[in-house]
Design a binder for this molecule. Structure first.
Ligand SMILES: [Zn+2]
Length: 264
């Protein structure tokens, strides 16, 4: 039977903030890779991920961490085949559709507005899942409860593809009951009140909080494939830029962890 797949995106999480964070559950998945994302904003990156173009390090001649060399998800007819065999080859109009065609139950939850099915723009990324929950974030605990309840309805023997987009790491960087005021956002494009040190302190703390909360989900998928990355980073004042949605080294640089399991 194919192994289930968990794909987590820590929205906007910078590589350096992830490195700094005490995140033993996530960091024990696989060696941490400093990767470049295919885009600098949520929709661009996820639409590329869902077509098999995951973040990568182009300098490494090895599959998966370099998707040009070998893809985790290779869509039939979708771009360069790579130097090495993909982890899986899929038929369909994206990896969600392709995994469904391969017998997976596709379950997704997103917390930023590009995943809001109430909006025409949010329908594009969410439409193909068998079940999708939009949690106007940050609401990771509610998303995890929904995943548990939804997985409980998947028949035994059916592999699942679970996608989770997390908003705690997105501006204003906040988790439930965090000891700071989310009304103050230290990272506003063209803002006058920005504070790079506060951005870093908050985002690192958000990663640490998410890491704790994610432990049961990661345990549930301990024999399965798990991919964790950011969709993009944020600028914290580099070159006078703040937040994301602009092409810059710091918006493209993301953490990437890949642990792939083969069928069994
Ligand atoms: Zn994003």
């Amino acid at each position: 039977m194919p192994r289930s797949i968990l794909f987590v995106t820590l929205d906007s999480c910078r590589y350096d903030a992830f490195v700094e964070a005490r995140a033993p559950n996530l960091k024990s998945l696989a060696p941490l890779c400093r990767a470049q994302s295919p885009s600098h904003f949520t929709y661009g990156s996820h639409s590329a991920f869902f077509m098999g173009f995951t973040p990568g390090d182009a300098s490494r001649r090895e599959p998966y961490v370099n998707p040009k060399y070998g893809k985790i998800f290779r869509m039939e007819g979708g771009g360069h085949p790579g130097a090495e065999k993909p982890h899986v080859t899929l038929s369909g109009h994206n990896i969600i559709d392709g995994l469904k065609n391969s017998g997976y139950r596709a379950i997704g939850t997103g917390a930023v507005n590009w995943f809001n099915p109430e909006r025409p723009t949010g329908r594009v990324l969410s439409a193909d899942f068998d079940a999708f929950a939009f949690a106007a974030g940050p609401k990771l605990q509610a998303q995890l409860e929904w995943i548990d309840a939804t997985l409980a309805q998947v028949p035994a023997g059916t592999p699942s593809f679970v996608f989770l987009n997390i908003a705690e790491t997105h501006v204003p960087y906040y988790y439930k009951d965090a000891p700071w005021d989310p009304a103050y956002n230290p990272c506003v494009a063209f803002g006058e009140q920005n504070d790079a040190a506060e951005c870093r302190r908050r985002q690192v703390a958000c990663v640490e909080w998410c890491d704790k909360i994610l432990e049961p989900l990661l345990e549930r998928f301990e024999k399965d494939s798990v991919i964790v990355c950011s969709d993009h980073g944020d600028c914290w004042g580099e070159d006078g830029l703040w937040e994301h949605g602009v092409s810059h080294e710091k918006t493209l640089e993301v953490p990437l962890l890949i642990r792939l399991s083969t069928d069994g």
